[in-house]
Write a protein that binds this ligand. Structure first.
Ligand code: ATP
Ligand code: ZN
Length: 283
């Protein structure tokens, strides 16, 4: 049995549980329970505050966990990281009141900065050669300037709308973060084997998320040109259509470049293009 710690309720929770489910691991979750056990995989799930997850995994209370890199690095536990998971992407940024004059990070010299991430901020300021007074507060950092508690803040930003609605502007990006899978460094052989199985499934899910299955029809004389446009496709399938002189081409493409590619495929004579999601992808 492997124990995984996930955030009980917050910005990591839904995607963490969705990932576990996409790995084919079934469990019943209830907002009232602190732990649950999978019915078809040797996994027990603990629901915790995100800040507690790195410590619990380091101590072996949980074997693995899902947490933001911002929390992991802030707590100095980056050695536990085993896999970037690609969700809960955000950044830690410095922001100042909209009306404040700001030219460079040097303007923060001697200023008061409120944050929940004193270590990440301190590391950044040191790299920049700036000395400031860091005030550690645990929440509602964005209101600190308006109540006179600080000249600037250093907080998590994704779209920036919270900053704007608090009359602040983002001026420096301090740290980029996403969710990561972490693991205790002294797992038993049995637990390591379960973790390997889980990682195998996670990789299949991740590959599938980035990839799309593409099907299209083309006149036979255009098939070679169209195949040359399909990036990274080792060997697309080419099947004859019932209609004489036409073929159907099937391949897997990366989501990131498929829009641009679809234009080129159409220009090359492709018709009836279908793009469908892939659920799992095993190489
Ligand atoms: P807890 O009660 O568990 O301590 P919290 O309030 O500290 O929760 P959340 O706001 O739920 O934490 O954020 C959890 C993590 O999600 C953050 O540490 C960060 O990695 C990521 N995150 C935070 N804000 C955003 C955002 N706006 N968009 C995407 N990810 C975010
Ligand atoms: Zn937290």
């Amino acid at each position: 049995m492997l124990r995984i710690a996930v955030q009980k309720s917050g910005r990591l929770s839904d995607d963490s549980l969705a990932l576990i489910r996409e790995c084919g691991i079934s469990f019943i979750s209830s907002s009232l329970k602190l732990k649950t056990e999978s019915t078809n995989f040797p996994l027990e799930i603990l629901f915790l505050r995100d800040d507690d997850i790195p410590g619990y995994v380091a101590d072996g209370v949980a074997d693995i966990g899902i947490v933001g890199q911002n929390v992991l690095v802030e707590e100095g536990k980056q050695d536990l990281s085993v896999e970037e998971l690609g969700f809960s992407k955000c950044r830690l940024s410095l922001a100042v009141p909209k009306s404040a004059e700001y030219n460079s990070v040097k303007d923060l010299e001697g200023k008061n900065i409120a944050t929940s991430y004193p270590n990440l901020l301190q590391t950044y300021l040191q790299e920049q050669g700036v000395t400031a007074h860091i005030h550690t507060i645990s929440g509602s950092v964005e209101i600190a300037p308006s109540i006179g508690l600080a000249d600037a803040i250093c907080d998590i930003v994704s779209s920036g709308s919270t900053l704007i609605s608090n009359g602040l502007k983002e001026v420096e990006r301090v740290f980029k973060s996403q969710a990561v899978l972490i693991a205790n460094q002294n797992l038993s052989e049995e637990k390591k084997a379960i973790l390997e199985k889980l990682l195998f499934r996670i990789h299949a899910v991740q590959r599938a998320q980035r990839a799309k299955y593409i099907l299209l029809n083309a006149p036979n004389e255009k098939v070679d040109e169209i195949i040359s446009l399909l990036p990274g496709a080792k060997s697309p399938s080419v099947l004859p259509l019932a209609q004489e002189g036409w073929s159907s081409i099937h391949s897997v493409v990366n989501e990131d470049d498929f829009w641009e590619m679809i234009e080129r495929l159409r220009d090359a004579g492709a018709q009836g293009i279908l793009v469908v999601p892939i659920e799992k992808m095993i190489l």
